[in-house]
Ligand binder design. Structure first.
Ligand code: NAD
Length: 499
């Protein structure tokens, strides 16, 4: 098939798309045990894309039993790392080969621009799986320093059955940050995508089988959090629960683990990241472009969104003007299937209502609207909000304290380094932070002072599979990506032998 290049091409493909909505257990697609389904609605135009199996306890029981039996059989868990590597590399290759189809599913399902699905989400998902596959036959265990008549082995073993519960903002990418290390380490996985964006997770299950992943190693259960998500979190035979989503649900999952089998719980949760611009930033135009992108990319539905822009008072007015211009120039909402669109639709009506409520709260709390503030393109039937900038925000306002998860920027002024660091760290979250300065010592001091899992200097949102990603404080625990991610999916064993 030739490459889709225009909105018309993508619309034609969307019309012809076959969408799978069933659960995937033990290597087969099947309806939910109850027969229940729910509608998958596109936020682009309100179109129903598919009926999705609404899984619950019975499906969780079946999938976990399947995953357990497969794990215990050793067909994957005890296979040679080099064999797992080859199969997962094929899986990554198949994701790449189906990039256009998966990108289209992602965009139709959650509203992000097709250009981003094609360039960021799907290649990123393939890269995560490939990187972990390539690593797995290069990681060695340890021999402890013992006396001459003893041997101490420190080995890593797969944990067993992993349940992965993921969000809707980067549906396949967030799933792949879990699947890569979980599968490479030999675990069996039950993946629960968000009810708001289940399509790519369901689709790739078949690609994994095609790549050679034994049936039962990867199971996918679409459904709601309070039904199948809760069933997995409370399940007595799930060894490890990995999660990306809100802090509210993350806390609940820790309770479920405590109420059940003390399964390990690893959480990637929310953020309210400070983007700190000092007057001596090397290039204010570049900083403004980055500040605009940090709040408008993916409609602001990004855990690391630079949603609090802290600007030194001496340049605040000038800098806010530049950010507003950058947003106007490059970040207007458009049709998500248009390859030139940079801001798509918000994921669903609940989310757009939340974002509009926060915009009202910004007004009510006395912040000054500099840009946007409204729902737009309503005639399309889609859920679009203009990138919005509030200036004159104080860090106690709701729009500065709570994660909005939409394109709403709060600008806060500061007068000194200590003032900036105090405001930046005055949050329950600690996912990411950025600092812009030409002063090397100031940059390093800031990097040491900021309580966040990722700190960026003179850039926003840098990172790669080679570096760990995750949060301090209520942004979570543990890390995705890099070799550190394997810690979540392995147990350490000490074997002590008397010689
Ligand atoms: P959410 O917490 O509402 O849902 C996440 C997942 O949890 C979904 O699959 C949902 O069905 C499930 N869930 C909900 N209630 C549950 C329950 N009681 N038991 C078990 N599962 C349950 O989050 P969301 O709205 O899908 O995603 C947005 C959030 O994700 C934001 O807070 C964002 O910051 C966060 N996020 C964090 C990262 C990160 O790496 N730290 C990355 C992306 C998104």
């Amino acid at each position: 098939m030739s490459k889709a290049v225009s909105r018309q091409d993508w619309e034609q493909r969307a019309a012809a798309l076959q969408v799978q909505g069933q659960a995937y257990i033990g290597g087969q697609y099947q309806p939910a045990a109850s027969g229940e389904t729910f509608e998958c609605v596109s936020p682009i135009d309100g179109r129903v894309l598919a009926q999705i199996a609404s899984c619950d306890q019975a499906d969780a029981d079946q999938a976990v039993a399947n995953a357990r039996a497969t794990f215990d059989s050793g067909v994957w868990s005890r296979s040679a790392p080099a064999k797992r590597k080859r199969i997962l590399q094929r899986f990554a290759d198949l994701i790449d080969a189906h990039c256009e189809e998966l990108a289209l599913l992602e965009t139709l399902d959650m509203g992000k621009p097709i250009g981003d699905s094609l360039a960021v989400d799907i290649p990123g998902a393939a890269r995560s799986i490939r990187w972990c596959a390539e690593a797995i036959d290069k990681i060695y265990d340890e021999v402890a320093p013992t006396a001459h008549d003893e041997l101490g082995l420190v080995t890593r073993e797969p944990v067993g059955v992993v349940a992965a519960i993921v969000p809707w903002n980067f549906p396949l990418l967030m799933a792949s940050w879990k699947l890569g290390p979980a599968l490479a380490s030999g675990n069996s996985v039950v993946l629960k995508p968000s009810e708001k964006s289940p399509l790519t997770a369901i689709r790739i299950a078949a690609l994994a089988l095609e790549a050679g992943l034994p049936a039962g190693v990867l199971n996918v259960l679409p459904g709601y959090g309070h039904t199948v998500g809760k069933a997995l979190a409370l399940h007595m035979d799930v060894d490890t629960l990995v999660f990306t989503g809100s802090t509210r649900v993350a806390k609940q999952l820790m309770i479920y683990a405590g109420e059940s089998n003390m399964k390990r719980v690893w959480l990637e949760a929310g953020g309210k990241s400070p983007n700190v611009v000092f007057a001596d930033a090397p290039d204010l135009d570049a900083a403004a472009e980055a500040a605009a992108s940090a709040i408008a990319f993916n409609q602001g539905e990004v855990c690391t969104a630079g949603s609090r822009l802290l600007v030194e008072e001496s340049i605040r007015e000038e800098f806010v003007g530049k950010v507003v211009e950058a947003l106007k120039r490059s970040w207007a909402p458009g049709h998500p299937l248009d390859p030139n669109t940079s801001v798509g639709a918000l994921v669903d009506t609940t989310q757009i209502d939340t974002v509009l409520r926060y915009i009202e709260a910004g007004h009510a709390d006395g912040a000054t609207l500099k840009l946007g503030g409204k729902r737009v393109m309503e005639e399309t039937g889609g859920l679009f909000v203009e990138p919005t900038v509030f200036d004159g925000v104080t860090n106690s306002m709701r729009i500065a304290r709570e994660e909005i998860f939409g394109p709403v920027l709060s600008v806060i002024g500061f007068t000194s380094f200590d003032d900036a660091m105090q405001i930046a760290n005055d949050t329950i979250y600690g996912l990411a932070a950025a600092v812009w300065t030409s002063d090397l010592s100031k940059a390093h001091r800031a990097a040491r002072t900021l309580r966040a899992g990722s700190v960026w200097v003179n850039q926003y949102d840098g990172g790669d599979m080679t570096a760990p990603f995750g949060g301090f404080k209520q942004s979570g625990n543990g890390r995705d990506k890099s070799l550190h991610a394997f810690d979540k999916y392995t147990e350490l064993k000490a074997t002590w032998i008397k010689l």
